[in-house]
Design a protein around this ligand. Structure first.
Ligand SMILES: *[C@@H]1O[C@H](CO)[C@@H](O)[C@H](O)[C@H]1NC(C)=O
Ligand SMILES: *[C@@H]1O[C@H](CO)[C@@H](O)[C@H](O)[C@H]1NC(C)=O
Ligand SMILES: *[C@@H]1O[C@H](CO)[C@@H](O)[C@H](O)[C@H]1NC(C)=O
Ligand SMILES: *[C@@H]1O[C@H](CO)[C@@H](O)[C@H](O)[C@H]1NC(C)=O
Ligand SMILES: *[C@@H]1O[C@H](CO)[C@@H](O)[C@H](O)[C@H]1NC(C)=O
Ligand SMILES: *[C@@H]1O[C@H](CO)[C@@H](O)[C@H](O)[C@H]1NC(C)=O
Ligand SMILES: *[C@@H]1O[C@H](CO)[C@@H](O)[C@H](O)[C@H]1NC(C)=O
Length: 403
């Protein structure tokens, strides 16, 4: 997309690739604008990269035991409902792992508009996933029990207090609070929207998330490449820095799934109160035995897939006040003959610009970039989809990938 209009009243705080493009003294809101676009000089200390935070770092370490909820996260469902996700039980990694039974622990959320008074409750679903490698020396992983509950009947621009867990096991979280977004309407917007991609779990990731948190966003777009668990310096627990030297015969690279759990804990203070909308990047592919891919991404995150009619966690859409967001999947079929394209066409057709004047699209790899490693990598996707996005006058596109 050649055109980026940012000045007409829709203020977005960009953290794409850790490049902080907009930094403000007093943080303005969408409704204080319009503003001239601001470009902040790239902090070249970020170019050095930084070391992975260790698994025993306070922000990554598991503080709870047994079936006590952890890694609590929010995602928008519809303007009047919200997904709440969390994990219970011990993930295991090693030479002989046994999957937990999701039916042993309930998925319950209690919520209401007053602290300590939960007038409503909902139950949801739970699951576990495995990351399996049938190759000598590589470790298998089986997750904790992942819970997803959709709470409904929420009023706009209202604070809700909630707890999650299983009351029969006395394993119930502390109280958290979030604020719902405005209903779709041309005059109401989330005060601030954070956009971040290629985050990882390093000390520079901490800088990024702390900065993002201090800007108090109402919603977060996470445009792919979340944890980099697939590049963590652990290979069969050996910590070898060169996977292919250590395991010359393994046909697929091991990904170290406990990094996802560390990331879930690292993000919890922010995303237990601010909804985060994810879309997959190449680092989420994580191939494992039997050609299975994207297992962690698909298991850990709720997105409004059914709500937006996509029925796929790889692409979906949602409204946030007067903005309609479309999250596209670059690592699934994007051809004009495919179901994503058919869904996109239908979704674009259904937008009422008198209700949501702004249409924002996001996907992981940019169609235009000058970075040698990824130059024209997604030219095929561009050729399939770009015309349709022009036809419907998409206002802004966000991507990551070229870090
Ligand atoms: C990123 O990490 C490097 C290495 O630890 C450090 O020198 C640099 O200051 C960090 N940059 C920021 C902005 O946090
Ligand atoms: C664990 O508890 C310590 C001390 O209260 C806290 O600083 C840390 O953020 C917690 N970590 C997680 C992942 O919850
Ligand atoms: C990992 O799981 C695969 C598939 O079930 C199995 O073939 C393999 O033996 C397991 N590896 C270990 C080290 O247990
Ligand atoms: C694997 O663990 C299960 C359950 O802990 C145990 O019953 C089984 O004997 C173990 N298998 C091996 C090969 O150690
Ligand atoms: C959950 O809500 C229902 C009404 O929807 C109510 O009957 C029930 O008592 C509530 N349960 C708990 C544990 O609060
Ligand atoms: C979403 O839709 C699919 C297919 O229609 C269905 O199998 C699935 O149960 C639905 N999920 C939820 C959470 O409603
Ligand atoms: C998409 O189209 C291209 C070229 O027409 C083809 O090579 C590719 O296999 C198609 N992908 C899918 C998932 O159908």
């Amino acid at each position: 997309m050649g055109k980026i209009k940012i000045s007409a009243g829709f203020r977005i705080i960009l953290f794409v690739l850790g490049f902080i493009l907009v930094a403000a003294q007093k943080i303005p809101t969408t409704l204080d604008g319009p503003f001239e676009p601001v470009t902040q000089r790239f902090d070249s200390s970020l170019r050095l990269g930084s070391d992975d935070l260790p698994m025993d770092h306070p922000r990554l370490k598991r503080n709870v035991t047994g079936m006590f909820p952890e890694q609590i996260a929010l995602a928008l469902s519809t303007p009047t409902s919200m997904w709440i996700s969390w994990i219970t039980g011990d993930a295991q990694i090693g030479l002989n792992v046994t999957a937990l039974d999701p039916s042993t622990v309930a998925s319950e959320v209690w919520y209401g508009k007053e602290s300590g008074k939960y007038t409503m409750n909902k139950t949801g679903v739970s699951l576990v996933y495995n990351q399996l490698y049938p190759y000598e020396g590589l470790w298998n992983y089986t997750s904790g029990i992942i819970h997803h509950v959709r709470i409904e009947g929420l009023e706009p621009e209202t604070k809700y207090y909630y707890k999650c867990g299983d009351s029969s096991l006395a394993a119930v979280s502390e109280e958290f609070v979030f604020e719902t977004l405005p209903l779709p309407s041309p005059n109401k917007y989330p005060p601030r929207i954070a956009v971040v991609g290629d985050l990882g779990l390093t000390s520079n990731s901490s800088t990024t998330i702390d900065h993002l948190t201090s800007n108090d966003p109402a919603i977060i777009l996470m445009v792919g490449d979340l944890t980099y668990a697939n590049q963590y310096l652990t290979t069969g627990g050996k910590g070898a820095s060169c996977f292919s030297c250590q395991f010359p015969d393994a046909p697929i690279r091991e990904t170290y799934q406990p990094r996802w759990d560390g990331w879930g804990r690292f993000m919890e203070p922010l995303i237990s109160r601010v909804p985060m909308m994810v879309v997959e990047g190449n680092h989420e592919i994580e191939p494992q035995a039997a050609g299975v891919t994207f297992k962690s991404y698909l298991s850990r995150f709720s997105v409004p897939s059914n709500e937006s009619g996509s029925n796929s966690n790889f692409y979906y859409s949602f409204d946030a006040g007067g903005a309609h967001f479309i999250m596209l999947g670059a690592y699934t079929d994007y051809n004009q003959t495919g179901i994503q394209y058919a869904w996109l066409k239908d979704d674009l057709h259904k937008i009422d610009r008198s209700v949501t004047p702004w249409v924002v699209a996001a996907w992981h790899p940019p169609w235009y970039n000058s970075y040698s490693s990824h130059y024209q990598e997604f030219e095929c996707m561009r050729l399939q989809m770009e015309e349709l996005l022009y036809q419907y006058g998409i206002d802004i596109v966000f991507s990551g990938h070229v870090s």
